[in-house]
Design a protein around this ligand. Structure first.
Ligand code: ADP
Length: 408
């Protein structure tokens, strides 16, 4: 055998031939003739060939495999279909078939090219589907980013406005404090002078009290200013994560326990056990809850009722409601109270600066949620806000969570 028959399949030549010969003296001569003729034919043909010679005595299993009954036998292995030529006139038979074998190679190559083109088309289609999915994803991301930019611009404007308002507010107590101090100073100088009335112990005591009150007021304002600055910038940078809202609400209620007790408020809750987790920043949500509950306490007379409930409103959102049966808010004021520094005239003497609800709104909006109020004067108020339901991340990138924005 001139080459192992098993290697035939790996040969790259398109025409693969196998010649089975026996040990008889004529065989060598026949083999030589076949080789020579094949070489001649190949010279003028486009496609190459390989010929391997198998001695039947050495490879009986191959004889069996090809079910050969005579030698010499020539088997065309490739291109398909397999063909066996047998007999003493093999050279003539090869000449007869040669052109057809060459043509069949052309056909086979054409079929192969078509199949490859089909495969390429398939790949291209898959590629274009992947491309459109990517375009959709980018469009979606672009939309989200634009929304976030608009939101950030709003919040920056809000912060600028807040700073201007607070700077202005600082003037009033500062002026009052200066007046009180100047009066005191005059009183000290006038003790034995032209205007002794300025130095009466009563007036001096009143001025000291006034100065102290204004200083306290300034301190409160500055604390507020710092908190608002921190809160509104914090709202810009919310760090949402999977959150057990029911548990958080109970923690907040527990923290305000003493304030409820101080005004003998009846506190009730309605928190379903099967509530889904929300996607929210725990610290910021806590801040909203504390603000709303603080207001409920502040604007509900002693002995009143306060209720905190949670509702799985839609597949996308969970709604929290803080209700009281206190003073309520007139319909025409209900939209305004969410603006910074807006307080009802009625409540101007109560502690506070009218920033709480505007900060709550910023925080809720940063979660793509909504904050609103239902209220009847003298009946009570219900403040509601929504948060997005948490969905486990589907993508491999766990750091990027996509939440559906919500309009309510
Ligand atoms: P603050 O309470 O510091 O004044 P907020 O922004 O929290 O500021 O509230 C704005 C105004 O809305 C309050 O001054 C009050 O007039 C009104 N308000 C808020 N919550 C309630 C409530 N639960 N009941 C009645 N009025 C309320």
């Amino acid at each position: 055998m001139e080459a192992p028959a098993q290697s035939l399949a790996s040969s790259n030549a398109p025409l693969q031939l196998l010649l089975f010969v026996d040990e008889r003296p004529l065989s060598r001569e026949r083999t030589r003739q076949i080789r020579k003729r094949l070489q001649e034919l190949a010279l003028n043909s486009p496609h190459a060939y390989t010929l391997q010679v198998v001695k039947v005595a050495e490879q009986p299993h191959l004889v069996e495999h090809f079910k050969l009954v005579a030698t010499p036998s020539l088997i065309k292995i490739s291109p398909e279909p397999r063909q066996i030529l047998a007999g003493t006139n093999l050279v003539a038979q090869i000449e007869n078939w040669w052109t057809r074998w060459q043509n069949s190679i052309d056909d086979a190559l054409a079929r192969q090219a078509l199949a490859e083109a089909d495969e390429e088309t398939g790949k291209a289609q898959i590629g274009s589907i992947a491309q459109s999915a990517e375009v959709m994803r980018l469009t979606d991301e672009n939309f989200q980013l634009k929304r976030e930019i608009a939101e950030l611009e709003n919040q920056l404007q809000f912060k600028d406005h807040l700073m201007a308002v607070l700077a202005h507010d600082l003037r009033n107590p500062l002026t009052a404090l200066s007046i009180a101090l100047e009066t005191l100073e005059m009183g000290i100088h006038q003790r034995n002078g032209k205007h002794p009335w300025i130095s009466t112990p009563e007036l001096m005591a009143q001025m000291v009290k006034q100065a102290r009150e204004q200083a306290r007021s300034l301190d409160r304002l500055i604390t507020d200013l710092l908190q608002v600055a921190r809160d509104s910038s914090a709202a810009l940078r919310i760090q949402p994560r999977e959150l057990d809202l029911g548990k958080l609400c109970l923690e907040v209620l527990d923290r305000l326990q003493h304030q409820f007790q101080a005004k003998s408020h009846q506190v009730s809750t309605d928190i379903p056990g099967d509530l889904p987790k929300v996607y929210a920043d725990p610290e910021r949500v806590k801040q909203v809850l504390i603000n709303l509950l603080d207001n409920a306490i502040k604007y509900t007379p002693a002995g009143g009722a306060i209720n905190l409930s949670i509702l799985h409103r839609t597949t996308q959102k969970v709604q929290v409601s803080v209700c009281d049966n206190g003073l309520g808010i007139p319909a025409e004021e209900q939209a305004r109270i969410f603006e910074a520094r807006v307080r009802l005239k009625r409540d101007e003497t109560t502690d506070g600066y009218g920033f709480g609800l505007s900060v709550c709104k910023q925080i809720v909006q940063a979660h793509y949620g909504h904050l609103w109020v239902d209220s009847e004067p003298n009946q009570g108020s219900c403040f509601h806000f929504t948060l997005p339901v948490y969905y486990p991340v589907q993508r491999s990138d766990q750091s990027v969570r996509k939440q559906q924005p919500d309009n309510q």
